[in-house]
Design a binder for this molecule. Structure first.
Ligand code: AMP
Ligand code: ZN
Length: 665
């Protein structure tokens, strides 16, 4: 092996270990920053030395592969389903059936039943070679490129693994990641995902693996399949899998009797609510693999395993009415108003019905007795209707055709799930919603002003849009309900203070559909002023990093509205930042125009991000790899030796951070 190859292998091993510590053991062994630096180094080396390519290198986890049609391939070993049980009696019956075949000494492994999408991974010589979905149990879809991006799936095993085997598990989306994904979607005016399970299985079928890489999926393993695996029991196989680098939850327990199984079930029935992901039961497996063999399979499932389904935290209650909410974008959301009922420790009165399709699918009607469930998600959901209790005179729900607030006709565009009220200018909840968004923490962050006060100000006719806020006087707001003298002062002060909020946040605050925080930043930094954005054509906008058709169209539409332009002009008059300030523009020069600069190593007086910003602010371009086009390299400590070699080879100048700062001064 030559030294470059050794270096590459060493980096791969190191990154693998850090990945394992972080994603499997939940125990970080390096800072994110250091990890990124090393990953970058590996990527650079691999780019320069394609001869050492390895499909299972940690660098492959960022995705990049696009699959148009997933290939359907046979499973080497069939993926069975599980029989379900719901009570102690069911479990005792199961044990009796087993005891007719095996008389003595039965041990059971108890595991949690993770609620996600099942997956079968094939490993050959310690490397992941294939990942198939369950499909119909005989054949599944080849989703290898996507599964490789899931960080808790080892691409290279460690220890004494067998030469070839399949391992089965569940791809899940923990609550935290799921809720974060939804927050972002809601912010962008998109419909939130329904539940973690469907989102996890949907993720596996995304065409672009780069998108999958961004989703916080995890893979939990529970079954080894193959011959000569060197294990005699289920419990042992879980321990082995753990040693080889797989994520196998520690909840698994080996017990000697069905009574002990029931204790396990009881314990987790409540304890599971503390887990960071969804579980829907327990899976009990006869521990001895030899006994498993003796027991064999029915047409559909193994006789040696049984799922025990938890009773989901579910109640039934009456649907009193359906009301329709209008969001700030005009999107209509039907809401079920329920007879209040206790569920998982809270009183539930309302649940989202999402959209017209959902109402049709459930065939839900006012007066129905409905089943409600609450998982780790934010909003409780309605699972279905108890048709046996439907009143005789019940009539199908007719979705509204007009906005409940402004009575204008609703529109549902092709391909969209939601109905919209298009009366942007006069529909009250839209007006209020836009102003509430404007003042929110990530936008103008107006202290002393809350959502309810905004609603009050609008209803009282004191403001019609967010620009009116800047004309409010203390005398006008003091008479408002619950508004003390002090709070009125604070409110007016808070509004005035918001005039210093930088342009990029103002751009987010004005509420252009699909322009979230990140997009607003990109646009602000690219165009530097609202006028430049107003004058940009669609083609122009499409040139900006990360701006696609949907966003470009929405930006154009926003600024074609005379009313919007009028409001923006008022904001400008009042002194709200509609362009980058002098401070922001200071230090922005064209000194580095036309130069392509590489940053490498660690710096002492400046962070890597600051350095990047300086280069960009001065008109330079940053590149991650050294080539003949590189103007020079800003080199810090610990610059990779291979990078140094390459620079010398190509005769590219290396300067340190101080020299760089001198140059742009
Ligand atoms: P079902 O889909 O109801 O037939 O249940 C069978 C599914 O449960 C399997 O296909 C697995 O995807 C899933 N499952 C989740 N956790 C486990 C586990 N610990 N052991 C076996 N299967 C599990
Ligand atoms: Zn309306």
């Amino acid at each position: 092996m030559n030294t470059i190859q050794q270096k590459i292998e060493a980096l791969r091993n190191e990154l693998r270990e850090h990945n394992y510590n972080y994603y499997v053991l939940d125990n970080a062994s390096i800072s994110d920053y250091e990890f990124d630096v090393k990953l970058k180094e590996l990527q650079d080396l691999e780019a320069k030395h394609p001869e050492f390519f390895d499909a299972n290198s940690p660098s492959q986890r960022v995705g990049g592969e696009v699959t148009k049609n997933f290939e359907n391939l046979p499973h080497e070993h069939r993926m069975y389903s599980l029989d379900n049980s719901y009570s102690k009696e069911d479990l005792l019956d199961w044990e009796n059936r087993i005891k007719k075949i095996i008389e003595t000494n039965i041990q059971y492994t108890c595991e949690l039943k993770y609620d996600g999408a099942s997956i079968s991974l094939t490993y050959e010589n310690g490397k992941l070679t294939r990942a198939l979905t369950r499909g119909d149990g005989f054949q599944g879809d080849n989703v290898t490129a996507n599964v490789k991006t899931i960080k808790s799936v080892p691409l290279q095993l460690k220890g004494d693994y067998p030469p070839k085997f399949d391992i089965r598990g569940e791809i899940i989306l923990p609550f935290e990641g799921f809720n974060n994904m939804n927050e972002t979607r809601i912010e962008l005016g998109e419909e939130p995902y329904r539940n973690p399970r469907n989102t996890a299985s949907g993720s596996l079928k995304l065409q672009d693996s780069t998108e999958v890489a961004k989703r916080p999926l995890e893979c939990l393993l529970y079954n080894l399949t193959g011959s000569n695996l060197g294990v005699k029991t289920q419990f042992e196989s879980l321990e082995k899998a753990r040693q080889w680098g797989f994520k196998v939850p520690n909840a698994a327990k080996l017990v000697d009797s069905i009574e002990a199984v029931l204790e396990f079930v009881d314990y987790w029935n409540t304890e599971r609510h503390k887990l960071p992901y969804e579980t829907d039961g327990v899976v009990i497996k006869v521990n001895s693999l030899q006994q498993q063999d003796e027991l064999g399979y029915t047409a559909k499932s193994p006789r040696w395993a049984m799922a025990y389904k938890f009773k989901a935290e579910q109640v039934s209650t009456r649907l009193q009415s359906i009301t329709y909410q209008v969001g700030r974008t005009g999107a209509i959301t039907p809401v079920a108003n329920l007879e209040p009922v206790e569920l998982a420790g809270t009183t539930v009165k309302r649940a989202s019905l999402h959209n017209a399709d959902q109402i049709n699918k459930l065939d839900i009607r006012v007066g129905d007795e409905v089943f409600v469930e609450k998982g780790g998600e934010i909003i409780p959901k309605i699972l279905g209707v108890d048709f046996s209790k439907r009143p005789l005179d019940s009539k199908p729900t007719e979705y509204i055709t007009h906005c409940p607030e402004c009575y204008s006709s609703l529109v549902r565009q092709e391909g969209e799930a939601q109905h919209y009220c298009l009366n942007y200018l006069e529909c009250k909840p839209q007006i209020i919603g836009r102003i509430q968004h404007f003042i929110s923490r990530k936008a103008m962050d107006i202290e002393g002003l809350g959502g309810e006060t905004v609603a009050l100000l609008v209803t009282e006719g004191l403001i019609k849009n967010y620009s009116d806020l800047y004309e409010l006087t203390k005398e006008q707001v003091t008479p408002l309900e619950r508004m003390a003298d002090k709070s009125a002062d604070n409110l007016i002060q808070g509004i005035q203070k918001s005039k210093t909020i930088p342009f990029e946040r103002v751009l987010y605050a004005i509420g252009i559909r699909y322009v979230g925080e990140t997009v607003a930043k990109k646009l602000a930094r690219h165009y530097k002023s609202i006028d430049a954005i107003i004058n940009a054509s669609e083609d122009d906008l499409l040139q900006v990093d990360e701006i696609g058709f949907k966003i470009a169209e929405s930006v154009i539409a926003f600024f074609s509205s005379e009313e919007n332009i009028f409001i923006l002009n008022r904001l400008k008059q009042f002194g709200v930042q509609l362009e980058m300030s002098h401070e922001e523009l200071i230090g922005k020069t064209n000194k580095l125009e036309g130069q392509t600069i590489v940053i490498s190593g660690v710096f002492e007086s400046i962070s890597r991000n600051e350095l990047k910003k300086l280069i960009e602010d001065n008109g330079g371009k940053i590149s991650s790899s050294i080539s003949s086009k590189t103007s020079y390299i800003v080199a810090g400590d610990n610059m990779g030796p291979s990078k140094k070699d390459k620079a010398t080879q190509l005769g590219i100048e290396l300067i340190n951070e101080h020299e760089f700062l001198q140059r742009i001064r």
